[in-house]
Ligand binder design. Structure first.
Ligand SMILES: [Zn+2]
Length: 248
């Protein structure tokens, strides 16, 4: 039986629903119009390093190479970070449905959005590395959402994923509600490279679901650079853009 017939059959038995609101939609993996309208897609002009969108054009003529105040004050350990979606109510529901509810029907769409927003991060990359979960959390959740996103992005771009090279050295308390400084302290020493792996001269792309302050990405990037990585970029599905945004 063809894939098309099978999918039509599946839709007839289990009518497709919006992964956020649970209301019927035409095709599996589609969003209800009200959820769709609530999503805020990010675009340039943004900080050349961390991808924080600027609220208005810089007015300097060239939008390339401009950094935000945070990246100037404390340069991150990664080279570039990009995300297609602003973290808000609609994208939060999307991420939580995927992360905690196992709703995976939109993962191909997520990867297409991430590939587009992260085009300059992915170009010429040698490997995609998902941000690892500690084994205890992995056991409780049964899967790592960053590895699922990494796998989908790997299929979309053809860049191989290496899920076992970067490891979580210790479990870290939840980052929710923590200040930038305590997030950084919380993450210090949380990651290590699997024994026997070197990344000399490699261009690697870290993948995660949400970019909040960049503390996790910087902690991973520090270890990857120690293992020889020449370029460490970060592509996430969402990015916190306002200090008032909810955090996980
Ligand atoms: Zn920045």
């Amino acid at each position: 039986m063809s894939k098309h017939v099978l999918s039509a059959l599946a839709d007839a038995i289990w009518p497709p629903v919006c992964p956020v609101r649970g209301v019927p939609v035409d095709v599996s993996g589609r969003l209800d119009a009200s959820v769709w309208q609530g999503l805020e897609f990010l675009d340039a002009p943004w900080c050349e390093c961390c991808g924080l969108p600027f609220p208005y054009p810089s007015g300097l003529g060239a939008e390339v190479g401009i950094l935000c105040a945070t990246c100037i004050a404390r340069p991150p350990k990664f080279d570039r970070a990009r995300a297609p979606l602003a973290y808000g109510d609609a994208s939060r529901a999307l991420v939580l449905g995927f992360k905690n509810g196992g709703r995976r029907e939109m993962i191909g769409q997520f990867a297409r959005w991430m590939a587009r927003a992260g085009e300059d991060c992915l170009e010429g990359a040698d490997y995609i590395l998902p941000v690892p979960l500690h084994w205890r959390r992995l056991l409780a959740r049964r899967y790592n959402q960053s590895a699922l996103l990494g796998e989908a992005l790997s299929r979309q771009t053809g860049i191989p994923m290496q899920a076992s090279w970067l490891l979580r050295a210790r479990a870290t308390p939840s980052q929710a509600g923590k200040s930038v400084l305590s997030r950084r302290r919380n993450m210090a020493g949380a990651f290590r490279i699997a024994p026997g792996h070197r990344l000399d001269g490699c261009h690697v792309v870290l993948v995660d679901d949400v970019f909040t302050t960049g503390a996790t990405a910087s902690a991973c990037a520090r270890q990857l650079r120690r293992a020889g990585a020449a370029l460490v970029n970060v592509v996430t599905l969402c990015r916190v853009v306002r200090a008032s945004d909810p955090t996980m």
